[in-house]
Design a protein. Structure first.
Length: 243
C-alpha cells in the first residue's frame, strides 16, 4: 500500500533519482523545489510539484499539511553545480543553514501534519578522527576548525533535529560522496555512493528501519555499512533500470 510522501529537495541530485523510485513503488509524491521553472520537470517524473522555500516556515508547514503527508523525506541542499571549488566557501555556509534552520522548520511541519516518519540526508565523512572503519555510534568531528567546522556544525544540528522529532520516527542516512547522473562526477573518493543507490536507501527507509542513523556507502575502509544492509536490505549496486 502506497504512502503520501512529501519530498523536500526533489529537484536536487538525489531527489531527481528518488521521485521515479517512489512513484514506481506506488507512493503519492508531493515534491518541492524553490524554482518554479523546475516544477514541470517534477510533474513529468510523476510527482505533484510545489514551489516553497524551506526558510518560510509558515508556507512550508501549510504545504506539508495540505499534502496530508505520512512520510517526509529531507533531501535539501544548497550546493553549486559540480561542487565548483570557487563557490564552495559561500555555499558551505548556506548549506549549513539549511541543515539547521531548514531542518528545524521541516520537523515542525512534519509534526503539524502528524507524519509517521522523517528520513533525512546527512553525510558520512564528518566523523571525529579515530579508528576506522567508523560505525554509526562513533562521535562526529565537533572539534573541527575552519570550513569543516561549519559543515560539521550543520550536520550535528540536522541530526539532532531529526532524531529529536518525537513522536515522528527520525531516520538519518549518512551518505558517502555522491557520483553518477546529476552529480557532475563519474566517480568519487571513499566513502562513495552512486546517486541511484543513495536514493534507493531513502525509498527503503519509507517502510523499513528503526529510529537512528545509517551509513550509506559502497564497501570501503572508512565507514561500516552493515547496518544499512541488515536493517534496510540496501544494495550498494542498485541502479535505476534503463540507465
Amino acid at each position: 500500500m502506497g504512502h503520501r510522501i512529501f519530498l523536500a529537495g526533489a529537484s536536487g541530485a538525489i531527489g531527481r533519482r528518488l521521485v521515479p523510485q517512489l512513484v514506481a513503488a506506488g507512493h503519492q509524491v508531493t515534491a518541492t523545489t524553490r524554482q518554479a521553472a523546475r516544477a514541470e520537470d517534477l510533474r513529468a517524473l510523476g510527482a505533484d510539484p510545489v514551489v516553497v522555500d524551506v526558510f518560510d516556515a509558515n508556507a512550508l508547514r501549510a504545504a506539508v499539511v495540505a499534502a496530508r503527508s505520512e512520510i517526509v523525506i529531507h533531501q535539501l541542499t544548497d550546493l553549486p553545480a559540480g561542487l565548483d571549488p570557487s563557490k564552495m566557501a559561500e555555499a558551505t555556509t548556506r548549506n549549513a543553514r539549511i541543515r539547521d534552520e531548514g531542518t528545524r522548520n521541516l520537523v515542525e511541519a512534519a509534526k503539524a501534519a502528524n507524519a509517521k516518519r522523517l528520513i533525512a540526508q546527512s553525510i558520512a565523512w564528518v566523523y571525529a578522527p579515530g579508528s576506522e572503519p567508523h560505525a554509526e555510534t562513533d562521535p562526529l568531528d565537533s572539534g573541527a576548525e575552519g570550513g569543516r567546522a561549519v559543515s560539521v556544525g550543520g550536520v550535528i544540528a540536522l541530526e539532532k533535529h531529526v532524531l529529536g522529532a518525537s513522536p515522528v520516527t527520525g531516520i538519518v542516512l549518512r551518505y558517502g560522496h555522491l557520483y553518477g547522473p546529476g552529480t557532475g562526477a563519474e566517480s568519487a573518493a571513499e566513502p562513495a555512493v552512486h546517486v541511484d543507490a543513495a536514493a534507493y536507501a531513502a525509498l527503503l527507509a519509507v517502510e523499513r528501519g528503526e529510529q537512528g542513523v545509517l551509513n550509506v556507502a559502497e564497501p570501503n575502509s572508512h565507514v561500516t555499512t552493515d547496518k544499512a544492509v541488515s536493517e534496510l536490505g540496501w544494495r550498494a549496486g542498485f541502479r535505476l533500470s534503463g540507465e
